[in-house]
Design a protein around this ligand. Structure first.
Ligand SMILES: Cc1cc2nc3c(=O)[nH]c(=O)nc-3n(C[C@H](O)[C@H](O)[C@H](O)COP(=O)(O)OP(=O)(O)OC[C@H]3O[C@@H](n4cnc5c(N)ncnc54)[C@H](O)[C@@H]3O)c2cc1C
Length: 483
């Protein structure tokens, strides 16, 4: 394992008592967690390091960072947990200095309205930090992206993260009641705490998915839940992926809304140790604080069995129940996955994931086209590889498929190999009418495809918003394909 070499961190161009230019701090803020980021970290490549890291503890610190950026002609990159996989926190080094604004100290739950079931939470709170504070009130946000431990509420809102719920409350958008965002002009965008509103375009929507391009999210009021008391889990095997897709569609359109409804293709089920007999697997779960969930589980299983599914016995969770069968095997593999990816990258294996969403009527063609494009790109590199697929979230009108590719033995630099496969996959997604991302955000990596996907007048509208709140273009230049 390579050791950190501080001499590889470029000299800082911003000298200020306010902030840190310790090489380790700069290095830790020079990238997120994508394949490229991890590879660069293993190579001691800190060429994108910021010039200064400001660890903000309150809104006054953020205002001071804006003033410093304006004085130094610097850009500001908001930094939550740094788990971006799309180049969101990595600002390429140009003539313009960069200040990384670390928000993790703004992490308090400041208000709980138990009657309305909402809580106001500091944007820098990491998943476990906010859950521990909510637990004192018997509440939970239940937003568990795979990066839960290392990512923040502000990062989730800025990237429109997808979490624990496979249906209904899938994106953080659905859990966000109100947000507060500071902008470089000094204006503060704070939205009204109401359950819903039909008053014009939704101002929350200018903040959700803004990726630090318009301002810094400092806090949000979130819809929270009582901890679930009733849970039922089950996994269903299918002779092939297509049968599983049909069953999943029927469940997604049934009005049952399972908490978990994740379909793994044959390869994905094998890699994750869920089954070893070549079957595809649907992991199903229902949960509620209020009522028993056996009935919806029974109905969902009927729909799955109708498509040729073979269900394992349903497990009803109790405090002492440690063994939940294939569903639990999937969960533990899901949590181990990222560590496995890092280990493989350190050994020179090309391994990454990508995702999107499409309507049900387009999925079969999308799957065929993505498989053909990715495998052909891997073949052109002279590598041997594989591609697997799962559904992370499902909607009545379509699934959110998520693919993993692994390849070894290719020719050329690993970063160039990654670029070739990623380009093939992204082109296939757009050509088949899917979106470039369901929950991994746009960042800098997806910007070329996002600018193709979004309607042209909408691109002009985003640029106009940017000019209104950030006329000097301080905020995270390059993300969302706007400068
Ligand atoms: C192993 C792994 C698993 C993952 N699993 C999931 C998953 O299940 N679901 C999912 O949705 N994503 C997932 N991701 C992607 C990533 O975790 C999400 O995009 C997450 O929302 C980023 O949060 P963060 O706090 O780490 O933000 P960062 O990575 O620090 O920042 C992401 C972007 O948001 C901006 N930003 C951050 N905080 C603020 C703020 N307070 N105000 C304004 N802008 C801000 C940054 O400038 C950047 O553009 C995964 C990533 C990894 C590495």
């Amino acid at each position: 394992m390579p050791q950190f070499d501080p001499s590889r961190v470029p000299a800082s161009r911003v000298q200020s008592q306010f902030g840190s230019n310790d090489p380790r701090d700069l290095a830790l803020h020079s990238f997120g967690k994508s394949f490229c980021d991890q590879l660069r970290a293993f190579r001691n490549d800190f060429s994108n390091a910021p010039d200064l890291v400001v660890h903000a503890t309150d809104e006054d610190d953020i205002a001071r960072a804006f003033a410093l950026a304006s004085k130094e002609g610097a850009a500001i990159v908001p930094f939550g947990g740094g788990t971006s996989v799309t180049g969101g926190v990595e600002c390429p080094r140009t003539d313009r200095p960069v200040i990384s604004l670390d928000l993790r100290s703004i992490d308090r739950v400041t208000e709980v309205d138990d009657m309305s079931r909402v809580a106001t939470i500091g944007a820098g709170a990491l998943g476990p930090v906010l859950e521990a504070q909510l637990a004192r009130h018997g509440l939970t946000l239940r937003h568990f992206p795979q990066s839960f431990e290392h990512s923040t509420l502000g990062g989730w809102i800025a990237t429109r993260a997808g979490g624990h719920f496979a249906t209904l409350y899938t994106h953080i958008d659905d859990l966000t009641q109100s947000v507060r965002m500071m902008t470089p002009t000094g204006g503060v965008l704070e939205t009204r705490k109401v359950p819903a509103s039909g008053a014009g375009p939704d101002p929350n929507r200018f903040v959700l998915g803004s990726e630090g391009a318009f301002g810094v999210i400092t806090r949000a009021t979130m819809r929270v839940f009582r901890k679930p008391r009733f849970r039922s889990q089950c996994s269903v095997k299918f002779p092939n992926f297509a049968a599983g897709v049909e069953a999943t569609r029927n469940i997604a359109q049934s009005g049952l809304y399972p908490t978990n409804c994740r379909l793994l293709d044959e390869r994905e089920a094998l890699i994750n140790g869920v089954t070893f007999d070549g079957s595809a697997v649907l992991v199903l779960a229902f949960e509620s604080h209020d009522h028993d969930v056996r009935e919806p589980m029974e109905r969902a299983l009927k729909l799955a069995i109708r498509e040729g599914g073979l269900a394992e016995p349903v497990r009803h969770r109790t405090e002492n129940d440690k063994d939940l069968g294939a569903a639990e095997q999937w969960k533990s593999s899901f949590l181990r996955g990222p560590h496995m990816q890092s280990a493989l990258i350190s050994m020179g294996v090309l391994v990454d994931t990508f995702e999107g969403a499409c309507t049900w009527n387009r999925f079969a063609h999308l799957q065929e086209s993505v498989t053909q494009s990715v495998m052909s790109a891997i073949g052109k590199l002279g590598a041997k590889g594989s591609l697997s697929c799962r559904f992370t979230h499902v909607y009545p009108d379509g699934p959110a498929p998520y693919w993993t590719f692994i390849a070894v033995g290719g020719n050329g630099d690993l970063l160039d190999q990654w670029r070739a496969v990623k380009t093939a996959a992204s082109d296939a997604l757009l050509e088949c009418g899917a979106t470039i991302t369901h929950h991994h955000a746009v960042g800098r990596t997806h910007a070329p495809w996002y600018t193709r996907e979004r309607p042209t007048p909408f691109g002009a509208m985003l640029s106009a918003v940017k000019k209104a709140v950030d006329p000097a273009g301080i905020m995270n230049p390059g993300v969302l394909g706007i400068d």
